[in-house]
Design a protein around this ligand. Structure first.
Ligand SMILES: *Cc1c(COP(=O)(O)O)cnc(C)c1O
Length: 410
C-alpha cells in the first residue's frame, strides 16, 4: 500500500484560523443581529492602484495580438521586471543588486516554503517564537523539525524567544543551543510588528558568517517602515555572502489576489562550495514555470513614478488605521507594541488572562475579532494581534467599541 509522507501526519491541523472562524460562527449563531468587525486576518482590503489596473488591461491586450502575445516567459522572470526591481527598488536603497540575482515568483509564501528543497534535510533550523507558521510547518514537512513536544515546540528546531524583555528582537542562540544552519528572520515582524535596528541585524549577519549559516530574510512588510531601520538585509555589510531575501507584492501593493513576489540570491552565496543561486535556479526551472506575464507587467507598474505615489497613499491609509488602533489601545491603558513600522499591533492582554480568554471576551463584549498571540507560538501567550488592514470606518468603529469597553470595565 502506498504510504503518505509521514511528516505530514505529524503536522497538526492548521488550528488557529479555523478555531477563530468556529468561535465567530458560534457567536453569530447565538447573536444573529450582532455586527462583528474582524481585525484578525492579514489580508488587504483596498483595491489595486490605477497604475496596476492600467498595466493589467494593457497586458491583456498584448495577449490578444500575435505580435505582442507572450507564451511561456523566462523561468526567472522577465528582464523588464528584474531590471525595474534592481534599479528602482534596490537602486533607491543604494544597494547594488544585479538583475541576474533576482528570481521572480508567485508570492513570498511559495518561495519561503520551497527554498528548503535545496538544503539538506539534516539542516538545523532556527525560527523566532512567536512566528509566521509557514517557516515551521514547511520544515516539519521536510522532516527537519524532529518530534513535537507537549508544549507544541519541535525538538530539532532552535527557537529564538521574542518577548517584552528583548523588545521582540531575538537574541543570538546561546552556547548550549546547536548552531542553526538556516535562520528565518522577518522584520518588520508578523505577528509582533517589531523591527530590527542596523546593529540588531548586523549581529545576525556576523553570527551567520562566523558559523556558515544562511539567513532567510522575509521582507514582506518592508514598505511599512517609518523609522531609520534596515529595509533590506543587504544594507548590512557582509549580508551578500550569508543571506537570501524574500520580497512580496502582497502587502506592498495589494497583490494578495494577483500573486507576485521575488527572491534575491547574491552570487557570492554558496553552500558547500556550490552557488545557492544555481541550486535555486535548478529547482525553479524544474518545478516552476514563472509568474504570469500579466502580473509581472502589473508588478513593474508598482515601481513607476506614478505607481509609487499611488501605492504610498494606500500604505498611508493602512498606517492611519495602525495609528488609530495603537493610540486607542494606549488610551484604554493597554500595553501596546508594533504598529509603527508594521500593519500589526501586538497588545499585551490585561489582567493575566490568556490570549484565547481575551479573544472570547473581546468578541462577546465588543464584537471585535483579533488573533490570539498563542496561535503563533508559546511565547505569544498573553498577547493579541490586531491588524491595520481593515477599512478606516470599521477600524474607527472597532476602536470606539474597545475604548467604551475599557471605560466601563475599569
Ligand atoms: C503575508 C506574508 C507574506 C507574503 O506572502 P505572499 O505569498 O507573497 O502573499 C510573507 N511573509 C509573511 C510573514 C507574511 O505575513
Amino acid at each position: 500500500m502506498i504510504q503518505p509522507n509521514h511528516h505530514f501526519i505529524e503536522l497538526p491541523g492548521s488550528y488557529l484560523f479555523s478555531e477563530i472562524s468556529k468561535r465567530v460562527a458560534h457567536y453569530k449563531q447565538n447573536n444573529p443581529s450582532a455586527s462583528v468587525i474582524s481585525l484578525g486576518i492579514g489580508d488587504v482590503t483596498q483595491p489595486l492602484i490605477p497604475s496596476v489596473i492600467e498595466a493589467l488591461h494593457s497586458a491583456v491586450d498584448d495577449q490578444a495580438n500575435q505580435e505582442t502575445f507572450h507564451g511561456y516567459g523566462p523561468e526567472r522572470g522577465y528582464a523588464f521586471l528584474r531590471e525595474t526591481i534592481a534599479t528602482r527598488y534596490y537602486g533607491a536603497l543604494d544597494i547594488p543588486i544585479d538583475p541576474e540575482e533576482i528570481f521572480i515568483g508567485d508570492g513570498a509564501k511559495s518561495d519561503i516554503g520551497n527554498i528548503g528543497d535545496i538544503f539538506s534535510s539534516e539542516a538545523r533550523v532556527a525560527v523566532c517564537d512567536p512566528v509566521y507558521p509557514v517557516y515551521v510547518d514547511t520544515n516539519v514537512m521536510a522532516g527537519r523539525a524532529g518530534r513535537q513536544r507537549v508544549n507544541g515546540l519541535w525538538d530539532r528546531i532552535v527557537y529564538l524567544t521574542c518577548t517584552e524583555e528583548n523588545n521582540f528582537c531575538p537574541d543570538l542562540p546561546d552556547d548550549e543551543s546547536p548552531v542553526p544552519d538556516l535562520i528565518y528572520l522577518c522584520f518588520p515582524n508578523n505577528p509582533t510588528g517589531a523591527v530590527l535596528s542596523y546593529e540588531g541585524l548586523k549581529k545576525w549577519v556576523d553570527y551567520a558568517r562566523e558559523n556558515h549559516s544562511i539567513i532567510l530574510f522575509d521582507a514582506a512588510y518592508e514598505v511599512f517602515i517609518t523609522d531609520p531601520v534596515p529595509h533590506s538585509i543587504y544594507e548590512i555589510e557582509g549580508a551578500r555572502s550569508c543571506a537570501i531575501e524574500f520580497y512580496s507584492f502582497s502587502k506592498r501593493a495589494g497583490f494578495t489576489g494577483l500573486r507576485l513576489g521575488f527572491t534575491v540570491i547574491p552570487k557570492e552565496l554558496e553552500t558547500a562550495g556550490i552557488p545557492v543561486a544555481q541550486l535555486w535556479n535548478r529547482r525553479q526551472t524544474t518545478k516552476f514555470n514563472g509568474a504570469s506575464y500579466l502580473t509581472q507587467r502589473a508588478g513593474a507598474a508598482v515601481f513607476s513614478e506614478q505607481g509609487q505615489a499611488e501605492m504610498r497613499q494606500v500604505i498611508q491609509y493602512y498606517q492611519m488605521n495602525a495609528r488609530l488602533i495603537r493610540d486607542g489601545l494606549r488610551a484604554s491603558g493597554l500595553q501596546v507594541y508594533g504598529g509603527q513600522n508594521a500593519p500589526y499591533i501586538w497588545l499585551k492582554v490585561p489582567d493575566d488572562r490568556s490570549s484565547w480568554e481575551f479573544f472570547d471576551w473581546l468578541l462577546d463584549r465588543a464584537q471585535v475579532v483579533g488573533t490570539p498571540g498563542s496561535g503563533f507560538g508559546p511565547s505569544g501567550e498573553g498577547y493579541f494581534r490586531l491588524t491595520a488592514f481593515g477599512s478606516f470606518e470599521q477600524t474607527v468603529q472597532a476602536m470606539e467599541r474597545i475604548q467604551a469597553l475599557f471605560q466601563s470595565s475599569h
